[in-house]
Design a binder for this molecule. Sequence first.
Ligand code: ZN
Length: 142
Amino acid sequence: MANCRVATILPSTTCVLSWSTRRPEMTNFQPFPWRYIKEVLDSREFFFEQSMAFTKEEIGDDARACPDCGKQADDLTWVPVDTADETWPRGEGRSGFVTCCMECKNQIDFFVDDELTRLEAELRADGTSSQDLPWSETEPVG
Ligand SMILES: [Zn+2]
């Protein structure tokens, strides 16, 4: 995976394979503010449900169940998210999906989608965003 970070800077080198498979990667993450999660869910029509279904199918096996109630990944709420506004100018912005158990208020896994991340980084470089739901990393999780 270390090579992939290099390839992000030098796209002509290795790791073309991991891009073309487009398999989102599970990663450690700081929980997103629940206020933000709810706003994303409320504005869901902006996202393609189909792409969500595809993502679920693609990575559902890697997603863990809720540690508290045992709800399986397929029954969790999958939320398309971007990392905090501050992360993007630093080159640390990531787009992907976080699996949530809304009943237990758990954010379980964050899957980073390289392609979505690249698209979002381009949009943000132009001063826009696919979500337009800004949040700051200083915001409490809530
Ligand atoms: Zn739960």
